[in-house]
Design a protein around this ligand. Structure first.
Ligand code: ADP
Ligand code: 5GP
Length: 189
């Protein structure tokens, strides 16, 4: 039984997790798609919650068995992807899927889901502000921040491949706009 999907993508630090977390709190019928990854868990991450943690061999074998909707090598050789089984699990409950994925993943998911999905590109007001947010977030080394910022410049080029752009400047305004976008999309037949 096919349902709807919401795709939120952005260069790292633009506010994807913040916006997706807000939408999840408001809508019990929207469920987060847990991606699979071949990287190791970090900190308190739990298998099946933040990610399905797979060995690189298992990940590759599932790719060969065409078990992924989309997958990608993102940072430092680690692979990330959305399993078909995850999509089926959420739709079987009659829930709407929400994705928090990088920009290329977002474009690929939109191609796969077509009109069933709303794809949203979240944009920080500037690259300088994006760097400031990553520094303040305090989760990445200075080198990792510079890597993410350099990648962001390239990812900005994908903006026009999304259905809509959400500028995340003032947070309260961005969250209200996200609520409206989601509400309108869910109300559509
Ligand atoms: P992403 O998931 O895209 O990497 P996050 O949601 O983690 O981004 O946001 C990056 C950092 O910026 C976080 O510390 C978050 O609290 C902060 N942040 C998000 N939106 C805003 C905003 N509008 N103004 C200032 N800081 C913000
Ligand atoms: P992290 O290792 O910091 O958790 O995530 C690294 C990157 O992988 C982030 O940009 C995140 O959006 C992206 N990512 C997470 N899940 C997926 C997925 O299923 N597909 C793709 N293409 N990217 C993903």
């Amino acid at each position: 039984m096919a349902g709807k999907a919401l795709i939120f993508s952005a260069p790292s630090g633009s506010g994807k997790s913040t916006v997706v977390g807000h939408i999840l709190k408001l809508h019990p019928e929207i469920e987060f798609s847990v991606s699979a990854t071949s990287r190791q868990p970090r900190g308190a991450e739990r298998d099946g919650v933040e990610y399905h943690f797979l060995t690189p061999e298992k990940f590759r074998s599932l790719v060969e068995q065409e078990q992924f909707v989309e997958w990608e090598e993102v940072y430092g050789g680690s692979c990330y992807g959305t399993l078909k089984s995850e999509v089926e699990r959420i739709w079987a409950k009659g829930h709407v899927i929400i994705f928090d994925v990088d920009v290329k993943g977002g474009v690929n998911l939109k191609k796969y889901f077509g009109e069933r999905a709303l794809s949203v590109f979240i944009k920080a007001p500037s690259i300088e502000e994006l760097r400031r947010r990553l520094v303040n977030r305090n989760t990445d080394s200075p080198e990792a921040i510079e890597r993410r910022v350099a990648k962001a410049a390239e990812e900005m080029l994908y903006e026009d491949k999304f259905d809509v752009t959400l500028v995340n400047d003032d947070l309260a305004t961005a969250l209200a706009t996200a609520e409206k976008l989601v509400g309108d999309f869910l109300a559509k037949p």
